[in-house]
Structures are given as C-alpha cells and as structure tokens.
Design a binder for this molecule. Structure first.
Ligand SMILES: [Zn+2]
Length: 260
C-alpha cells in the first residue's frame, strides 16, 4: 500500500494500481478530483476511470443544485480527494472522535469509496455545501448548526427527502424529554468535531431539524435568500431577520416547541 512509494518507480508501476498513496487526477468544469482508492483496473465498467467520471458527474449535478437551492456558485475549481479507507484512517482518522465519511478543510476529503453509491452521493453533496460557503466567504466562521444543518438538508433534499423521518422525530423528542437537548451554545460552535459520538449525532440532527423547520415554515426560497445574504453581509442575525423575520433564539425556540 503506502510502502509502494519506497519502491523503484518501474517496479511500482508494474504492480496493480490499487491504493498506493499516489493520487490519480481528473478534472471537470468545477472540480479537480484526486483519487487513490483500491481499484485495480483502470478501464471497464468497474474500473477507476469510470468511477472518476461518475464522481465528477455527480459533483457537477450537485453544483447545479447548489445554485438552485442555496444560491451559491463557487467560481474556482474545488479539489476533492478520495482515499482508500485504511489510508484515510491512518492519515486523517484521528482528527475526529467519531467515525466520519468525509470532511472539508479547504478541499473535500472522502473516505474509502470505490463505487458511486447513494451514500457517496450524499457525502459529496454534504461536503460541497461546506466548500461553497467557504468559497463565498473564506474568513466567515458560520455556527455549526447553520453550516451542518444546511449540508444535512441539502444532501437529503437531493434525494427528495424534505422532512425529518419518523425515527428522527422520535429521537429528538426523546432528547428533549430526557434533558439531553443541546443548547444554542453547543450548536453555535464552528464545528462538532470535539463532541462525543452520541452528542454529535444529536447535534447534527438538531441542526438539520432547525433548517428543515425554517424551510417548512418559510419556504425553500427563504433558505436560498438566507444563504446568499449571510455570505454577503456576514451577519447571520441580520440575515435571519431579513429572510424569515426571526432571530436565531426565536428560530430555535420555535423548533424546540414542536417537540414539547
Ligand atoms: Zn459537515
């Protein structure tokens, strides 16, 4: 695997491609894809070239949805790295206290995919939202409830899931009645990376719920206005008041009241 790097180039080239720490690069209109996944064949239906094309197609579709739903159109190409699962865990896994499928830190990093599954499509949509906010306002630190909530909403919306599922509603209901419900202080951190696994699940779900509530009550257009306005004006409270006539405390209270 990574040890192949130490071998003479000619020998390494004769080995199956697989995950070897060297990234194959391929570009589309808005993305640069680097992949080092465990696919031995380059050609054919299950080959790495086909996989790269499918991932880039999915990303370009997601890019158009970004504009349609969130009013965001990053002008620079976005870098996307797809790693072999073991390589990802060894290099990057220690950053989080819970298992993740991807993250964004100026580029999109995806763990261990070799086929364009529904799950990979979701992760690509999710991380693209973080990339788009970053591209539109690089120095703006959004509260995680908005950044993660919009990313969760966007990945669900791409699959035509518009609302919380019965299971998600029940989970939130239990969180409120048991006193586990997270306050705005926790939800407004820049990210949820330091939360323990259970807390992180609840944080993502409350964030998604707040955004779903906003869209359900005020419409998809309000979310689009909010996203465009916040990256321009860099004042979330003002953008919220403008787009839905509620401040963040009122919005959170309205959402919480649905469970009490
Ligand atoms: Zn995220």
């Amino acid at each position: 695997m990574i040890a192949l790097l130490a071998l003479p180039a000619a020998f390494a080239a004769a080995r199956p491609r697989g995950a070897d720490g060297r990234f194959e690069k391929r570009e589309s209109s808005h993305f640069v894809l680097h992949q080092d996944v465990d696919i031995d064949e380059s050609g054919g239906l299950r080959g790495s070239r086909r996989f790269e094309q499918q991932v880039l197609q999915e990303l370009e579709v997601a890019y158009e949805r970004l504009d349609a739903f969130l009013g965001l159109r990053p002008s620079r190409r976005i870098a996307v790295f797809i790693y072999d699962g073991e390589v990802f865990d060894a290099r990057l896994g220690g950053r989080f206290r819970f298992q993740i499928a991807g993250f964004f830190n100026g580029a999109i990093h995806i763990r261990g995919a070799t086929q364009l599954t529904v799950e990979l499509g979701r992760v690509l949509h999710h991380e693209l939202v973080h990339a788009a906010f970053h591209a539109a306002a690089p120095s703006l630190v959004l509260p995680a409830w908005l950044n993660e909530g919009v990313a969760e909403w966007f990945e669900a919306r791409a699959l035509s899931k518009r609302h919380l599922s019965a299971g998600e509603l029940a989970y939130l209901s239990r969180a409120l009645s048991s006193g586990a419900w997270l306050g705005l202080g926790t939800l407004s951190q820049p990210n949820f990376a330091r939360l323990p696994a259970g807390g992180a699940r609840l944080a993502y779900l409350q964030s998604y719920g707040m955004v779903e509530h906003l869209v359900r009550v005020y419409g998809e257009r309000a979310l689009r206005e909010l996203c465009r306005d916040v990256v321009r004006g860099r004042d979330l409270e003002r953008s919220l008041l403008r787009s839905v006539h509620r401040g963040v405390r009122e919005l959170e209270a309205d959402f919480q009241a649905e469970f009490s």
